[in-house]
Design a protein around this ligand. Sequence first.
Ligand SMILES: Nc1ncnc2c1ncn2[C@@H]1O[C@H](COP(=O)(O)OP(=O)(O)OP(=O)(O)O)[C@@H](O)[C@H]1O
Ligand SMILES: [Mg+2]
Ligand SMILES: [Mg+2]
Length: 471
Amino acid sequence: MAGAFMLGWEEWAAFPKLNIPAVKAKVDTGARTSALHAVSVEPFGPLESPQVRFVLHPIPDKPEIEVVCSAPAVDRREVISSNGERELRWVIETPVRMGDREWPVELTLTNRETMMYRMLLGRQAIREDMMVNPTLSYCQGELSYDLYKDFPKRRPVKRPLRIAILTREPNNYSSQRLKDSAETRGHVVEMINTARCTLAIDASDPDVYYDGKPLPHYDAVIPRIGASMTSYGMAVLRQFSMMGAYCLNIPEAIGASRDKLYAHQVLARAGIQMPVTAFAHSPKDTANLISHVRGAPLVVKLLQSTQGRGVVLAETRKAAESVIDAFRGLDANFIVQEFVKEADGADIRCFVVGGKVVASMMRQAESGEFRSNLHRGGSAKRVRITKEERASAVQAAKALGLSVAGVDMLRSSTGPKILEVNSSPGLEGVERTSGKDVAGMIVEYIEGHVRQVPPRRAGKRRSRTAEEVAE
Ligand SMILES: Nc1ncnc2c1ncn2[C@@H]1O[C@H](COP(=O)(O)OP(=O)(O)OP(=O)(O)O)[C@@H](O)[C@H]1O
Ligand SMILES: [Mg+2]
Ligand SMILES: [Mg+2]
């Protein structure tokens, strides 16, 4: 079709009426409606002609750039997103510009924080005289995020925040330090025991009940979710997120880091160095498994292990075979890993906050022991990490999508090898050995990331709002 307006599978878009000069859009003819990234979505204005106000972060890795937008609300409807979840979304209509062409589109507003593209252009917005070529990109020309260079940057909030620490151990060192640091900076902190939360799953008005009473809105939630509560803890956190709270680590990232096998795959895909690792389901594969990690000595790790308990060093091939057979007999899930001998019983913990290593420590095993866990008698000491170690820690936290992470690595003869990434790293060891105020840095990071304006909770507990009228 000569002269057709051609769209590639990804295009740059602008929204003149929303004051958005550039966002990257994914063109998806499999989706009916189009969607735009929005947080703090809030109805306002006269009941007969409601409007919505929302905040857009147009640049995925620069959350400090935010544009406050408002537009007439044309509808509020239930949308099933690509992961199958139902969500009640506000719908606006506004002109989109791609290349030389501008035309009105309907957009549903939803949080696309974890997605690569801030906008999805669905088939309803694609006109009869347009064509999509899935093999091309940016047919309508390229824009640039430089267009935001004169936009104001968000400053850390100055108002007191209401912060919840989601933990089953309110009295442990980490919980107390976070609470004290936040309170010293003027915030209000509540300890919420994950196990005592009940979830009211309702698309328009999600709530968390605590011992039977609804919890208020929190500006931020600090998840300190133990391994025994991962799945329920993530559900509670997701609920807080739907209620508009800023979550220090998002539930998806916590889930990914807890699933050791999956986390290994994510890290490998991101090109991060790890000890050579193998996993097999079939008992027939023992020999292959051993040769995959280049034979003995090797390390066998139970996947559900913590504190070094299920980590075994097999010095010879015979020993490796019997350990693997024994674990198999117990129906246990385990991985087999190359033994990094030159680490000499030491590992390094890098504490990452917001893409920076803010503190680190070295843990050294007792003599005669290769596991450096403090619970196995290891001792922590100060360490100066190399540039390369710093970069891998940051890269590992980023690959898993964690804002706060404890990244463990071994010093090998070929550079750092990542062992694992923890989403609720303890503060005690690292603060004591490094002498750094890690809790304070975490609170400061939160201040820079919560929403400027606390969302008002519309819905049941308030009088008539534009929101109710639109329903
Ligand atoms: N491949 C390896 N080569 C050499 N030493 C290792 C290797 N894997 C683990 N270790 C040592 O054993 C210790 C425990 O291993 P790892 O951290 O993998 O398991 P874990 O501590 O039980 O799990 P978690 O940290 O989740 O509690 C590490 O801190 C490290 O000192
Ligand atoms: Mg460990
Ligand atoms: Mg761990």
